[in-house]
Design a protein around this ligand. Structure first.
Ligand code: UD1
Ligand code: CA
Length: 454
């Protein structure tokens, strides 16, 4: 299977989505449909890949990144025409897998089984099919004597053909050379005036080529997304599949119907996730973590034994045993050390926090390196921005920052230093000293009487 090529069709506009964007960049469980398909095919063993782009191509190219070569279909003249634009891919391997960018639920396992059937059965073309409760809109698999005869599109089907509930998934394996030859023979002589890829089946059949069909066990896997109702159905099915996998892997989801976990998220055993939580991107969560209600984690890395309540963590890490929230906002580039506390209404940005440091409430720390064992009083602000530039602040180990202090960056608070409550610190504070940077308190005697007397 080493030389299996891959072509994914993604040039269409997807009119039924009613969207300014390319259909295939719409997301299912946080990941673009095109990337669901591409990742499944790569996992199934495809080595080379070409994505055929057209409508809003820049969006599709950005989503795919370095993972595939690009072929452009200037005018969307049909799926057969689209494959022809990727003719170079047909030269690369003996067999080619052809997929659509709008079937996000397909799994690597099903693709692999279909590929194995195609190769071991020595077929020239193999179509992945499924029996569906409502075949409306799909191409129908017309068989005679059990063998695939042809594929008929909904709009070209006779009333009798419309009753067939075995449909074309839009996913196929072909012998590349046979496909290339058959594509040169298709015409646009059909209800939609398009060059249908599906027409190659009848052509190949008539040429005596062996045609295979691989029926997917679960029709959910082949569901195509053409509109936003189907998008939400795909989302729901994918969510159930992902969540089931985590639960079987030892994660407690208190309410899986309201827990939103992306396909590339990893979660350890005995972690408990409360409702309303969203885990996105490359988030990794270790064992024995509690993620409370309504959290959002994006590309976060959470170590063992952490608990997080109603908080947002983006592109940041939290080390073992730390407590986060409720209502903490940890922005990109932050790293929270072991056993820290990042409490309510604390915002971190590009901040590293040493082990055991407590930032319990109402504090902003941006662009700063904070040591271990520090304590921040309520209402500390690292004043990192002067309106033009941002500066870094350094705080040593075991520093004590009193309530309602401003640390005007760039500034260094050395190990063991104390900052008196209400200070605005603009100069470095040496180790083990106390800095008081506020006006001394003044008492006006008999103030009330003097005021009342005018
Ligand atoms: C297609 C199949 C149908 C199958 C269904 C499965 C054909 C003719 N029909 O129908 O048999 O049951 O998929 O979901 O192939 N595309 C291009 N260029 C084009 C046209 C389409 O790249 O000129 C791409 C689209 O972006 C999409 C894919 O091909 O990703 C399928 O196109 P779509 O219009 O959704 O085809 P269906 O009508 O769903
Ligand atoms: Ca489709």
């Amino acid at each position: 299977m080493g030389d299996l090529s891959l072509i994914i069709l993604a040039a269409g506009q997807g009119k039924r989505m009613k969207s300014e964007d390319s259909k295939v960049i719409h997301r299912v469980c946080g990941k673009e449909m095109i990337n669901h398909v591409l990742d499944a095919a790569v996992k199934a063993g495809c080595v080379n890949a070409t994505v055929v782009v057209g409508h809003r191509r820049e969006q599709v190219i950005r989503a795919v990144g370095e993972k595939a070569a690009i072929a452009v279909q200037e005018e969307q003249l049909g799926t057969g025409h689209a494959v022809m634009q990727a003719a170079a891919e047909l030269e690369r391997g003996e067999n080619v897998l052809i997929l659509s960018g709008d079937t996000p639920l397909i799994t690597a396992e099903t693709l692999q089984s279909a590929i194995v059937k195609h190769i071991e059965g020595n077929y020239g073309a193999t179509v992945i099919t499924a029996r569906v409760p409502d075949p409306t809109g799909y191409g129908r698999i017309v068989r005679s004597g059990g063998e695939v005869e042809k594929i008929v599109e909904q709009k070209d089907a006779t009333d009798e053909e419309k009753l067939i509930d075995e449909v074309n998934s839009g996913m196929y394996c072909f012998n590349s050379a046979l496909l290339k030859n058959a594509l040169s023979k298709i015409t646009a002589d059909n209800a939609q005036g398009e060059y249908y890829l599906t027409d190659v089946f009848e052509i190949l059949k008539n040429e005596g080529v062996r045609i295979g069909a691989f029926e997917a066990k679960n029709y959910h896997e082949i569901l195509g997304v053409n509109d936003r109702v189907q998008l939400s159905e795909a989302e729901k099915l994918m969510r159930a599949r992902i969540n089931r996998g985590h639960m079987l892997g030892g994660v407690t989801l208190i309410d899986p119907d309201s827990t939103y976990i992306g396909p590339d998220v990893e979660i350890g055993m005995d972690t408990v996730i409360y409702p309303g939580t969203i885990l996105e991107g490359r988030t990794t969560v270790a064992d024995n973590v509690i993620i409370g209600q309504n959290c959002r984690l994006v590309n976060a890395s959470i170590a063992r034994g952490v608990d997080i309540w109603t908080s947002t963590i983006i592109d940041s890490s939290v080390d073992e045993g730390a407590h986060v929230g409720p209502y903490a906002y940890i922005r990109p580039g932050s790293a929270v050390g072991k056993d820290c506390k990042v409490g309510d209404f604390v915002e971190l940005k590009k901040a590293t926090i040493g082990d055991g440091t407590k930032i319990s409430h109402l504090t902003y720390i941006g662009d700063a390196d904070v040591g271990a064992g520090c304590n921040f009083g309520c209402g500390t602000v690292v004043v990192n921005y002067d309106g033009k530039n941002k500066y870094r602040t350094v705080i040593g180990d075991h520093a004590f920052i009193g309530c309602n202090s401003n640390l005007v960056s760039p500034v260094t608070i050395n190990d063991g230093a104390y900052v008196a409550a209400g200070s605005t610190i603009t100069d470095d504070v040496p180790s083990d000293t106390l800095a008081i940077a506020r006006a001394r308190q003044v008492i006006k005697e008999n103030w009330k009487d003097r005021r009342d007397d005018g």
